[in-house]
Design a protein around this ligand. Structure first.
Ligand code: PMV
Length: 319
């Protein structure tokens, strides 16, 4: 049997992270420049049911049943078996690679889950529908995030710009004109679960204040959605700056992230903000086409460990 592979993109949250955990809407886009890939191969001669996983990027090379029971790879394969009604799997080898930085707010966990589910289900002869991929990868997200909103697995499964509200069907976000994001890594890893928990603790100490901040973030999402639809890039940039200030107020920014946001603005970005859980990870900057190189250079000069350029393309119907 030939090897079967599947890949999935990274993602960036444009507006509304953290507030999305509290039922406010958020906007996210896929980032195709970084991807996770899973390749499944038969293992002729190996005992039936023996699944071998190797993921060199995280130093994993082991039999599946040697992983801790709660490990997301094990959880995911268990869920897949249940969903497909399979008591056990044929002997197979699963090779996982990813160019998405870990613990950096770019959705590496969800992308690996989506790639695994698609390659394994295709290998087993019944490719899962997107909705099932999304639901099952959400379960694995609980391991990575604790109490995930579901935005990562949704934007990565559907691989389109989306408007997402927890517990509601996602909406594809119409994009009126191309815009360019520079995604700059602070080089500092951070745990989404810990960041979300920190916000929860501060929220509980000051519910009204935090509710008002989340409402303000929701209002930005509403404005941003129109700005994206009408390709009003200056307005979009201003909304990003305001979202960053609100993220500072809920305590998830850091001096490094603030500095990268400041430097991006100084180098000509229309706006910038941290993206994802904060505490480290990436910032995103909205870049006029002619400033892309100089903004990237300024961000690297200011200590960013890696910059990516991602073009968000207009929706086909609007072209
Ligand atoms: O995976 P990250 O770092 O992009 O964080 C996810 C966004 C949060 O809103 C902070 C958490 C969530 O589950 O939505």
């Amino acid at each position: 049997m030939p090897a079967i592979s599947a890949s999935a993109p990274g993602k960036a949250i444009l507006f509304g992270e953290h507030a999305v955990v509290y039922q406010r809407p958020a906007i996210a886009v896929p980032v195709h420049q970084v991807r996770a890939k899973a390749v499944v191969m038969a293992r002729p001669g190996a005992p039936s049911g023996e699944v071998w996983i190797d993921a060199p990027g995280i130093g994993l090379n082991t039999r599946l049943d040697e992983l801790p029971e709660q490990h997301p790879f094990r959880t995911l394969i268990q869920l897949l078996k249940q969903a497909m009604g399979l008591p056990h799997l044929p002997a197979l080898h699963l090779h996982i690679t990813s160019t998405i930085p870990l613990a950096a707010g770019l959705g590496s966990g969800a992308a690996v889950s989506v790639a695994m589910l698609r390659s394994l289900s295709a290998f087993l002869g019944h490719p899962l529908a997107d909705q099932q991929v999304c639901e099952l990868s959400y379960e694995a997200e609980k391991y990575y995030h604790g109490t995930p909103s579901g935005i990562d697995n949704t934007v990565i499964t559907y691989s389109q710009p989306i408007l997402f509200t927890r517990g509601q069907p996602y909406q594809i976000l119409p994009v009126g004109g191309q815009f360019t994001l520079i995604i700059a890594d602070s080089g500092i890893q951070s745990s989404t679960a810990e960041m979300v928990q920190g916000v929860r603790q501060r929220y509980e100490q000051a519910v009204e204040t935090y509710e008002a901040r989340f409402d303000a973030m929701a209002a930005l999402v509403e404005k941003a959605r129109h700005a994206i639809q009408k390709a009003q890039l200056e307005l979009l940039g201003q909304l990003m700056n305001t979202n960053h200030q609100l993220l500072q107020q809920i305590g998830v920014s850091t001096p490094q992230l603030d500095e990268l946001v400041r430097v991006a603005g100084q180098a000509g970005a229309l706006g910038a903000k941290l993206s994802g859980a904060g505490g480290g990870g990436n910032i995103i900057a909205l870049a006029p086409q002619e400033r892309v190189d100089s903004i990237q250079a300024a961000l690297r000069q200011a200590g960013s460990s890696r910059t990516l350029v991602s073009h968000i393309h207009p929706t086909v119907a609007n072209r």
